[in-house]
Design a protein around this ligand. Sequence first.
Ligand SMILES: Nc1ncnc2c1ncn2[C@@H]1O[C@H](COP(=O)(O)OP(=O)(O)OP(=O)(O)O)[C@@H](O)[C@H]1O
Length: 240
Amino acid sequence: MISVKDLHKSFGGVTVLDGISTDIEKGDVVCIIGPSGSGKSTFLRCLNRLETPDSGKILLDGVDLTDPAADLNRQRMKMGMVFQQFNLFPHMTVLKNLTLAPMLLRKESQQTAEARAMALLERVGLADRAGEYPSRLSGGQKQRIAIVRALCMEPEVLLFDEPTSALDPEMVGEVLDVMKELAQSGMTMVVVTHEMGFAREVASRVLFMDQGIIMEENKPQALFDNPQSPRLQSFLSKVL
Ligand SMILES: Nc1ncnc2c1ncn2[C@@H]1O[C@H](COP(=O)(O)OP(=O)(O)OP(=O)(O)O)[C@@H](O)[C@H]1O
């Protein structure tokens, strides 16, 4: 589904991505962990071209997103993004936040967009908040709404950039539960996270990122279950 080939990105002479290559298949739940500043967010933002890589290729369903001729807006609709800071529109109700993009970009009728939004709100237990403004919601509720907003575009893959980092500890669980449910439903997900428990439980693959490169672990559960693993020890000592 997504194929990344030899991705490089520098900021002001500092190399942040130093030749990243990986393939993400349909149904994968890829967790990216690594120390602060190791380039995790930059990698995620390059995937949907919020950042422009210096070199390398990103193929989404065979379309090269680094090709200037690619229809980026069309391709981006296939990738939902959930940010650390929710990024909901504060002046719009929850329902308006959820229906805006499907109506504007997918040209859906209000009725269709609202019906899907309400069904998804139901799924995350927030149907009764459809008429609220974001300022009246808790952080955990806002992030669940942000996930629903991404889902309303019916993306092929969801990208999460540290979705629980801005939350009070007691709100983390409710957001992770929604993400687990999504993963179990077969959604393809790429998740930058410091939540080791989530990675252990849900990831089909874990990418360890350090100094601009990734090391991949195809059997993350086995890795986490082996506390003697020097590789795990080395990463955890930096991450935690
Ligand atoms: N737009 C930018 N301009 C300049 N430098 C940037 C920019 N974005 C990121 N960087 C730098 O690139 C490096 C990697 O940042 P990035 O946010 O990708 O790391 P991260 O692994 O996601 O870190 P964290 O876990 O702290 O969020 C950092 O040194 C950061 O300061």
